[in-house]
Ligand binder design. Structure first.
Ligand code: MLT
Length: 260
């Protein structure tokens, strides 16, 4: 499959940071964080293939394909190098991006994400979901995901609306791609750029053990645990998430400075 042009928002100025949403979401999840980051950086928020306003294609969306879509966007925008911040599945995509396009990324932040691939049971459940979505549309997926994303009642409506903007093909494509994704633990030690892992203490999708394991695998990795967050730290604790990312931007800048 060829890369496609992604819908994206682009705000602020300075060094770029690309905020990559998870499944089955879109760039809207980053809005509050982006409004804070824009004071210090150029914030680019794409909708991944089949999500939000980006076009959908049939078939499984491998993490590699989604990473190529991001590269295509960077090329179109003439961005040579960026910081990547990926939420959950967006994190899987960023890890793959750092593996295949290491010269195009200066720092990697992973929010409510993990390095491990699907267990056989999880993979099987994804294939069952694909068939379900094919027959019944994305309604059941949205309903099943909602309680896993957050306990915050005030975020349920906006999250339902965001998820409902995903296309049927997009949801099936992401499920297929996540089921087939590789074990990123194999290459994370080779990613030598600064890394930040942000984990929600009450995340029902990503275990704290998995977040800690991933942070420890990086040669220059740091872990930030947000106590009042589940799977959506950028919406549950936007100020704290932005603060962690801003301090990460500073860390990446320090590393980029030539040695005297
Ligand atoms: C996500 O939030 O992107 C997904 O739930 C991650 C996953 O299912 O592995």
């Amino acid at each position: 499959m060829d890369p496609i042009d992604l819908f994206h928002e682009d705000i602020g100025s300075g060094s770029p940071i690309l905020l990559v949403h998870g499944y089955p979401l879109n760039h809207e999840i980053w809005k509050q964080v982006a409004l804070i980051l824009r004071e210090k950086a150029r914030v680019i928020m794409p909708d991944l293939r089949g999500m939000g306003k980006s076009p959908a294609t049939p078939g499984a969306y491998s993490m590699h394909l989604l990473a190529e879509d991001l590269l295509c966007l960077m090329d179109l925008m003439r961005i040579d190098k960026t910081i990547l911040a990926g939420h959950s599945m967006g994190g899987y995509v960023c890890l793959e991006f750092a593996r295949v396009f290491p010269d195009r990324v200066s720092g990697i932040a992973l929010v409510a994400s993990q390095a491990v691939p699907d267990s056989p049971d999880r993979r099987q459940a994804r294939y069952v979901s694909i068939r379900d979505v094919e027959r019944n549309g994305i309604g059941p997926v949205v309903e099943a995901m909602l309680p896993k994303l957050t306990d915050r009642q005030d975020l349920k409506e906006v999250l339902t609306n965001i998820m409902s903007d995903s296309s049927k093909l997009g949801v099936m494509g992401c499920l297929g791609g996540m089921a087939e994704r590789q074990d990123a633990r194999e290459w994370i030690p080779d990613i030598k750029i600064p890394a930040l892992v942000i984990a929600g203490k009450n995340d029902k999708i990503i275990s704290m053990d998995n977040a800690k394991e991933m942070a420890a695998l990086f040669t220059d990795g740091k872990l930030e645990i947000l106590q009042a967050s589940g799977h959506m730290p950028m919406m549950e604790q936007p100020e704290e998430t932005a603060k962690a990312l801003l301090s990460f931007l500073g860390r990446v800048k320090q590393v980029k400075k030539p040695a005297r």
